[in-house]
Design a protein around this ligand. Structure first.
Ligand code: BGC
Length: 368
């Protein structure tokens, strides 16, 4: 009985300490002379946005597998890119008193009511890959360096254009991600930090004239929406010229764009496909890159992101010091959220296969 009470007391301490870290945004510390108590291993609620993109399936699987191996129970939910569904799922995790929540939001702001309830119930929240905005109920954030992703996309686009041998000025079109996802702005701003000087000095021409984030954004990162916009741009602005490059923020969008381009005769009859960027190293896009269609992608190893998140969960639930490597970048409108940032890796036909096989992200037979 004494032992049970001691464990319960340690558990309460761990939770209150982690709640402490959440309130202040400072790492939770303490719990014993060595700075930690035994982790309390309850149920971790994991809210993922959608199964329509491969990466989130891998993220969910990796977190579940790693948490279960560490002794936790996992309540993993996907919301089919539907905001009310995700609100209900997170609310349900709070009602069920899940020990800690890991949330990859569809809309970074829409969950703030449910997150307030989590906070009131003393449940720590980790924003996973996508920042939770306008709430003080988020304790920590794990993600990749999102501005750098955009920089790498911009650089890759320029490298592809240079390698294409096409004469300057290059005709380029711009696409961004979902405006309600904080990452989309970071990707776009990162890419534009590379591309804007080239637009300004006339190296790049945007025939559609569409350069504003709000105009080039793609709600829900939807491939069909991007395909339609590309088709409209081709009809409106490229009746008598060719587009040479397209900034695409995510592989699903890249494939939508490539479908529109092929529909309009690119990729056959001596009319080269433009340089199209991407992100996530989705299998279909990697195959497209290896086949010489999509030009590049940005590889973000979701197993590593899961690992960093699980480590953080173990630290929080044991009251140990939570280590993060960024305490400046991610202001969610209410607080700067302490963040663990991982590094993205650009890849194209010259190195994609090796990078992905070395990381064991795909097997040789999957890549064909
Ligand atoms: C993620 C990207 C992904 C995009 C669409 C973003 O929040 O960071 O990796 O391509 O969502 O799912």
């Amino acid at each position: 009985m004494r032992k049970i009470l001691a464990v319960a007391a340690a558990a309460a301490l761990a939770l209150s300490l982690s709640a402490c870290g959440r309130d202040t945004g400072t790492p939770a510390t303490g719990g014993s002379a060595s700075g930690a108590v035994a982790a309390v291993k309850g149920t971790i609620g994991v809210a993922m946005p959608t199964k329509t993109s491969e990466r989130w399936i891998k993220d969910g699987d990796n977190i579940k597998k790693q948490l279960e191996a560490a002794g936790y129970t996992v309540n993993l939910q996907y919301a089919n890119d539907d905001i009310p569904t995700q609100v209900t799922q997170v609310q349900d995790m709070v009602t069920k008193k899940n020990q800690l929540l890991v949330v990859a939001a569809i809309d970074g702001v829409a969950l703030k009511g449910a997150l307030k309830d989590a906070k009131d119930a003393g449940i720590p929240v980790i924003a996973y890959d996508r920042l939770l905005r306008e709430t003080d109920a988020v304790s920590y954030y794990t993600t990749f360096d999102n501005f750098k992703v955009g920089v790498q996309q911009g650089e890759s686009l320029l490298a592809g254009l240079a390698a294409s041998g096409k004469p300057k000025p290059w005709n380029v079109e711009l696409f961004a991600g979902s405006p309600d996802d904080n990452n989309a702005t970071f990707f776009f701003n990162g890419a534009m930090s590379v591309l804007k000087p080239k637009i300004d000095d006339g190296t790049i021409k945007i025939a559609s004239g569409e350069t504003d984030f709000k105009v080039v954004a793609t709600l829900r990162w939807d491939a069909a929406t991007a395909k339609k916009r590309m088709e409209n741009i081709l009809t409106k602005s490229y009746a008598s010229s060719d587009v040479n490059g397209v900034l695409a923020p995510y592989d699903g969008i890249s494939r939508g764009i490539i479908a529109a381009l092929k529909g309009s005769g690119y990729g056959s009859g001596g009319k080269a496909l433009p340089v199209v960027t991407g992100q996530d190293a989705e299998l279909d896009s990697v195959k497209s890159i290896l086949a010489g269609e999509q030009y590049s992608t940005i590889f973000k190893d979701t197993a590593e992101l899961a690992k960093a998140t699980v480590k953080m969960i173990q630290e929080i639930t044991s009251g140990a010091t939570v280590t993060v490597n960024d305490t400046k970048t991610y202001d969610n409108g209410i607080k700067v959220v302490p963040t663990e940032l991982l590094q993205p890796v650009p890849c194209d036909k010259s190195n994609c296969k090796k990078i992905l096989l070395d990381a064991k992200y795909y097997t040789e037979s999957q890549l064909g």
